[in-house]
Design a protein around this ligand. Structure first.
Ligand code: URA
Length: 265
């Protein structure tokens, strides 16, 4: 097998497939958007317009085009999201034998899988894994301004003035933080539940924070800079991804729409 040939597992997963799924997997549009392209007569298979929604294609043999432009299935890369629990390091191996996220994802089945960015050992929430180095770079590169949303349980209750300082940027030991979004969340706000499963402890508050930087311990340091220690930290959004339909300690494959959103970044 030459390096460019898909692996056996990729053949099993992709042949044959419905045309709208093929288009969504290739990042052309969402599944629904792809159906609209088909019914509008804009999709051809081997030069013939195909508008029948049940039609199937063999991505290895058939030539699919939209508005005359040939569309290829994206590279067969794997993308999955893990709901990282507390107490796991974001690394694929640890020579000191500490618990690491590698033990929670199917890296034997998907060789080359690695985490996109990192969460601290005591941070929970959305951790993306992929085999696609280019996509990972796009997600992480500061110039792409990929937003991440965190929910932090903090000691004390930040004032409106302190939140405004956070929004404008605070001084950290490696430079000012970029402007961000910050607001207080209520205990029963859906986004807060992960950090206050037993309700809000007395004298604490929950802050929702959206940042597009990824410096080490950034959220903890930003909140410390306004005088509030982070007690628990959880990430529930990463760019176009939301932590949904997955339990703590478990993973799921990204949907076609999620893959397309990442590939379109
Ligand atoms: N900011 C932090 O301080 N820790 C994380 O794990 C992620 C962002």
């Amino acid at each position: 097998m030459t390096p460019s040939e898909p692996k056996a597992q990729e053949f099993e997963r992709i042949v044959p497939m419905r045309l709208q799924r093929f288009l969504a997997r290739a990042g052309v549009a969402s599944r629904r958007g792809s159906e609209n392209l088909m019914t509008a007569g804009r999709v051809t298979v081997n030069g013939v317009v195909v508008s029948e929604l049940g039609s199937k294609v063999d991505p290895l043999v058939d030539e699919v085009a939209v508005d005359g432009q040939v569309v290829r299935l994206s590279d067969g890369h794997t993308y999955l999201m893990l709901y990282k629990p507390r107490g796991y390091l974001t690394t694929m191996s640890d020579d000191r034998g500490r618990a690491c996220v590698a033990s929670l994802v199917p890296h034997d089945r998907y060789p080359g899988l690695f985490p996109v960015g990192r969460l601290d050992g005591d941070t929970t929430g959305l951790l993306l894994f992929t085999t696609n180095g280019d996509a990972a770079q796009r997600m992480l590169h500061p110039s792409h301004h990929v937003w991440k949303h965190y929910v932090a349980l903090v000691r004390g209750v930040p004032t409106a003035e302190q939140l405004e300082r956070l929004r404008k940027g605070v001084r950290l030991d490696d430079g000012m933080s970029e402007p961000c979004e910050a607001r207080l969340l209520s205990a029963d706000d859906a986004a807060s539940v992960a950090v206050v499963p037993e309700g809000m402890p007395y004298g604490h508050a929950v802050v929702g924070l959206s940042i597009h930087e990824g410096r080490k311990h950034q959220v903890k340091r930003m909140l410390a800079a306004i005088g509030h220690e982070v007690v628990r930290l959880h990430r529930d959004e990463f760019g176009p991804l939301r932590l949904t339909s997955v339990q703590p300690g478990c993973w799921r494959m990204l949907t076609d729409e999620e893959r397309a959103a990442i590939e379109a970044l």
